[in-house]
Design a protein around this ligand. Structure first.
Ligand code: SAH
Length: 473
């Protein structure tokens, strides 16, 4: 069979969606990955790179558009790496995500398809799959023609494309970004140049409370203190005009690194933490809000779920899966600022949260106090280290809830969980591949998969959260 050549033009039907959202077509023995092509399209594409049995191609023209195609709302969707699925209808996005989890459970987890299907609950989509993020991190820099700008990094590069209104974020972000840029221009404040490590302003970090309406700005600068920042009052004055604005903080990041935030913070004006709250919802009644809520306060350095509405559904589902009667000792591993612990505390005897970031543990303790919840305790440290230590001191574990980062639980942590023999494990995951890997280990050691349900937290992107229940046989 003939080898595909670079620059060759092909016509191909798109039959599938890859893990990164690219369309996949087949030509002879080749699987061809085409960014921005939509499942169901027939496209004209240019081969960019050909390997043994797969190739990457660039979309040149859609010949016959797919019935799943929609007009993307954002004019930058192809340049920006953020929304891989904006041209795909939202319903199709959901079925793609549901399938992705299912396939991983089967292929990586080793579960029988019949079992996986018999314990599935339908994916929970968003009511409004835009403007759902409560957090934005905009880089500050220079455009190709040397103008001070903010926007997003063009896919797989660090070239900034100007855009002050990402459609996944808060509408007020635009005013914040424009105020910061205007202040910088008026006062000759330079932007950071990554290559040289010179210049001052690096990132504009904005977080907002969906219910409280509060909005807070954190300017990340390439300095060790605020001395280099001229006429700070001008910046404060212009930001204060934005509705809901409660604080301006500086974050000092003088290191040559691509990590956005440095470790040191200083409040320039207003509050140190953003306040918001989260409602418990009713899974049996289409996730309507109950009257119960918890209030949260968070510092800029702490992790907080970026889509609070869907996070409420995930937490409520986790609580439902945990089937607590009020007598149980529950562990909340990878607890962040303690939101899950606080959510389940009313239905448990005792809850222990474990989190590696000390600032987040501080926030967790304050949040417990603020909510007048006294049957929770938080420990700073690695889950795999704290759990065995506390158990050897006599603590119990009836139910364990885990919510690890993308890399999943580590082998040690799984090993300890299995040895303790909790009645139930509720696993919340933001990467179904590592979820499936971990569930395989758990289920080879005395547990069975009882339920799983995907929850879409990140519409327009390929990411998907999953909540799973496993029970001891
Ligand atoms: N459950 C929380 C946070 C989930 S994000 C929420 O819903 O908001 C995952 C968290 O795990 C992060 O806060 C991260 O700092 C923490 N983490 C990462 N590795 C860890 C480890 N080995 N032990 C404990 N926590 C860890």
């Amino acid at each position: 069979m003939r080898k595909l050549e670079k620059n060759e033009l092909i016509t191909v039907a798109i039959e599938d969606i890859g893990f990164d959202g690219a369309g996949i077509g087949k030509k002879d023995r080749y699987a061809i990955f085409i960014k921005d092509a939509v499942i169901g399209d027939t496209v004209y594409a240019r081969i960019m790179k050909a390997k043994q049995n797969y190739a990457y191609a660039k979309l040149e023209k859609v010949i016959t558009p797919s019935s799943f195609r929609v007009t993307p709302k954002c004019e930058f969707h192809r340049q920006c790496g953020g929304c891989q699925l904006q041209a795909l209808s939202y319903d199709k996005q959901l079925s793609y995500k549901q399938n992705k989890v299912r396939n991983n459970l089967i292929r990586i987890g080793g579960f029988m398809p019949e079992l996986v299907d018999s314990v599935t609950q339908p994916i929970i989509g968003m009511d409004e799959p835009f403007r759902y993020r409560n957090k934005a991190q905009y880089p500050v820099g220079y455009s190709k023609n040397g103008c001070l700008t903010t926007g997003f990094y063009a896919g797989r590069t660090h070239d900034i494309v100007a855009n002050t209104d990402c459609l996944l974020g808060d509408e007020r972000n635009k005013a914040v970004l424009e105020a910061v840029l205007a202040y910088m221009k008026a006062n000759n404040v330079t932007a950071y140049r990554e290559q040289a490590g010179t210049g001052l302003a690096r990132h504009i970090f904005i977080r907002s409370g969906f219910y409280s309406g509060e909005i807070m700005v954190c300017l990340v600068i390439n300095a060790k203190n605020k001395a280099n920042l001229p006429r700070q009052q001008d910046l404060i004055e212009s930001l204060r005009e934005i509705p809901g604005m409660v604080g301006l903080t500086l974050n000092y990041n003088p290191d040559k690194t691509n990590i956005i935030m440095g470790k040191k913070m200083e409040t320039l004006w207003g509050k140190e933490t953003l306040s918001d709250w989260l409602y418990l919802r009713e899974p049996e009644k289409g996730f309507v809000k109950t009257g119960e809520s918890i209030s949260v306060k968070l510092s800029p350095l702490s992790f907080y779920q970026v889509n609070p509405i869907q996070a409420e559904k995930i937490y409520s589902l986790a609580l439902n899966y945990a089937q607590l009667e009020g007598k149980e000792t529950v562990w909340d591993l990878y607890c962040g600022i303690g939101t899950i612990s606080l959510f389940v505390s009313g239905k448990a005897k005792k809850v222990y949260g474990v989190e590696i970031v000390p600032e987040a543990v501080c926030d967790a303790r304050k949040n417990a106090l603020e909510n007048k919840i006294d049957n929770v305790a938080f420990f700073a440290g690695k889950a795999e280290a704290v759990l065995p230590e506390k158990l050897s001191e006599g603590a119990k574990a009836d139910v364990i809830i885990v919510d690890p980062p993308r890399k999943g639980c580590n082998a040690e942590c799984l090993d300890i969980m299995i040895k303790i023999k909790p009645k139930r494990i509720v696993y919340i995951s933001c990467d179904s591949a590592t979820l499936a890997r971990d569930l395989r280990i758990i289920c080879e050691n005395g547990y069975e998969l009882k339920k799983w349900r995907a929850v879409d937290q990140f519409g327009q992107t390929v990411h998907i959260e999953t909540v799973c229940l496993v029970e001891r046989k």
